[in-house]
Design a protein around this ligand. Structure first.
Ligand code: CTP
Length: 404
């Protein structure tokens, strides 16, 4: 099944203003174009001191809107025309000046006039000196615009062009593109709760030792972000990981499989969709000591018992939410994944063939096949976990619309 890029065919206005980071807008434009977006560019006069209009015109293949006099009136583009049928407008980099002008409703050049005429979401990626970024008037302007629904990509902290280290550096291109993509997604999970589990569990042997696995939680956290992007209220039940909690997601931290089961049980009922991405330990020590076991004897035997299969238990419940499981396989991957889907009474399973390149626990990429109850398969190439997550959520939404 073909997966079309979310940005394909999207009409995006890229506004570039006079910041030293203006050269980074070239990379942003290229990335958008590579993903099939139709990009039009509007530059302020100051921006053209940092990057030439010709650079953007050559790369975008269409005329750029700016203040300079055009000899070639035939190809000139107007500040209203440039805003026709847009899906989104992005200003990157945005100076304190442009933010102030937009907040005050000033339209004294092509870009600000175009912004006045927008009837699509606006995303602003500020870039400036750290003291300017903390300036109270700027903060107020950002707040005013945010209250009107304008979205901002927070700048990064790092070394600034003025030689200091602070907050104000234009956000990384990846983050800008990610925020932009999320604005373009339809919010078809709004009003619904999505429960995601992530990371490993730890089963204690004694006060300091435990049985666990190599899961980092990246896939589960990416799924939580992807569900949030679609407007869901997301509950993320996480085993121990090093990851920062995603914004706007309700976090529940657990340690053992038993804790995870209790948390899942408590929240599954209110959820429309449950995605078990956690690598739950299948076995736990039969007994664990509250103290540290000393190395007195030459050998030590551990007796293990099976943990409860959280997903299987959920699948047995009447009127259970839409259930998505993961299957990490090395042999007869597809066959085993389908078997798991049937045995655990799941609606969908995401099969991770651990022998495929770019697949696996700690990686930032994954290579998975999504299989549903009718055994329809979507085999995805190796791609970032954030993209895998979006496609998994998309596939779940499509199936939920058919069946739930
Ligand atoms: N799972 C679960 N509770 C467990 C073990 C696994 O809910 N105690 C879930 C996982 O989160 C995953 C799915 O079941 O979504 C498949 O887990 P996996 O470990 O791959 O498969 P198992 O069914 O445990 O079988 P095996 O380890 O034999 O492959």
């Amino acid at each position: 099944m073909e997966q079309r890029d979310l940005l394909f065919g999207k009409r995006i206005l890229l506004g570039v203003t006079g910041s030293i980071a203006a050269y980074k807008a070239v990379e942003i434009m290229r990335r958008l174009k590579d993903r099939g977006a139709e990009v039009r560019v509007a530059m302020t006069r100051n921006a053209t001191s940092f990057v030439s209009r010709l650079t953007f015109e050559t790369l975008s293949g269409v005329p750029v809107l700016c203040e300079e006099f055009r000899r070639d009136e035939q190809t000139a583009i107007g500040h209203i025309e440039i805003t026709d049928n847009l899906d989104l407008a992005l200003i990157a980099p945005a100076t304190a000046n442009i933010i102030g002008k937009i907040a005050a409703g000033i339209a004294d050049d092509s870009l600000t006039t175009a912004v006045m005429a927008l009837d699509c979401p606006l995303l602003i990626a500020p870039a400036m000196n750290d003291r300017m970024y903390r300036n109270r008037v700027l903060r107020k302007n950002i707040k005013t615009l945010a209250e009107m629904g304008v979205k901002f990509v927070e700048p990064d902290c790092g070394s600034l062009a003025c030689g200091v280290i602070g907050e104000g550096r234009l956000a990384e291109t990846d983050r800008i593109i990610q925020d932009l993509s999320s604005l373009l997604l339809s919010k078809d999970l709004s009003g619904r709760t999505v429960l995601v589990t992530a990371g490993p569990t730890r089963e204690p042997i004694d006060a300091v030792r435990f049985i666990s696995n190599a899961s980092t939680g990246k896939m589960g956290y990416a799924l939580a972000v992807a569900a949030k992007e679609r407007g869901a209220d997301v509950i993320l039940i996480s085993g121990p990981t090093q990851l920062a909690p995603p914004q706007g997601v309700k976090m529940i931290f657990v340690v053992t499989a038993q804790d995870m089961q209790a948390a899942v049980k408590e929240h599954a009922r209110q959820s429309s969709l449950v995605i078990m991405a956690a690598a739950v330990s299948d076995f736990a020590p039969l007994q664990s000591s509250g103290r540290k076991i000393k190395k007195e004897s030459a050998s030590l035997s551990l007796q293990l018992e099976r943990t409860v299969d959280i997903l299987r238990e959920l699948g047995r419940e009447k009127d259970h939410p839409f259930l998505v499981g993961f299957a990490a396989e090395t042999d007869d991957a597809e066959e085993n994944a389908v078997k798991k889907l049937r045995d655990k009474n799941l609606d969908m399973i995401v099969m991770n063939d651990l022998l495929r390149q770019g697949s696996g626990f700690a990686a930032d990429t994954n290579a998975v096949t999504i299989i549903d109850r009718s055994e329809k398969k979507i085999e995805l190439p190796t791609m970032p976990k954030s993209d895998v997550a979006r496609i998994v959520i998309n596939a779940a939404i499509a199936l939920m619309q058919q069946t739930h």
